[in-house]
Design a protein around this ligand. Structure first.
Ligand code: URA
Length: 196
């Protein structure tokens, strides 16, 4: 059951307090096996906000999102758009604690963590949200979607356009789809340019 007091509290937090709250969070079972929570990284006033699924082993150890193999691919994709983490890009995850054995986070875990993502989005005020993979899209759009069917369209999160693409870990397993992910990034750039 959502705790209305917790939701209200999170909705008032500024960056440092928000990150501290995330690091101390015990709202779902994912806290039990984490080394540390991984709040997010990047430019807190970014136009681009990327949302992944959840920390993996390396992220859990280092406390930063997308620092493993999938992260290197993501950085390369951003570089191809002349973007880099920390410069007009903020990166967060749908869940802030590593799911054991990198399993997909449960809907209830995504729901428990959602107030943090919502507050991060409210603080960053990005011009575009890029959802990487199904759990991220599910968190932002509150609905089950198929990535292959949702690509190339824009969705709405509280007035901010949302573009959906494949998760970089999926692309490592399915390199034949990298071209589609590149097309998605170009589509996102076009959406961003149209909005300016
Ligand atoms: N995969 C994610 O979704 N997020 C990370 O931070 C790392 C891998």
């Amino acid at each position: 059951m959502p705790d209305p007091g917790r939701l209200k509290h999170i909705a008032t937090l500024e960056w440092d307090a928000l990150e501290a709250d995330i690091r101390n969070c015990r709202a779902c079972v994912l806290c039990e096996q984490r080394k540390q929570a991984v709040p997010g990284v990047g430019d807190r006033e970014a136009d681009w906000m990327l949302v992944g699924e959840g920390p993996g082993r390396e992220e859990d150890q280092r406390g930063e999102p997308f620092v493993g193999q999938a992260g290197r691919l993501l950085d390369n994709m951003l570089a191809a758009l002349a973007l880099q983490r920390g410069a007009n890009v903020y990166i967060a995850n749908a869940v802030k604690c590593r799911p054991p054995h990198n399993r997909t986070p449960e809907a209830a875990e995504i729901g428990s963590c959602l107030p943090y993502l919502e507050r991060q989005i409210e603080l960053v005020k990005p011009r575009l949200l890029l959802a990487l993979g199904r759990p991220a899209a599910q968190a932002l759009l509150n609905t089950e979607i198929s990535i292959s069917r949702a690509r190339g369209r824009t969705f709405d999160y509280k007035g901010i356009p949302v573009v959906v693409s494949y998760h970089p870990a999926y692309l490592l397993r399915n390199p034949q789809d990298k071209g589609k992910a590149w097309a998605d990034l170009c589509f996102a750039r076009k959406v961003m340019q149209q909005g300016s």
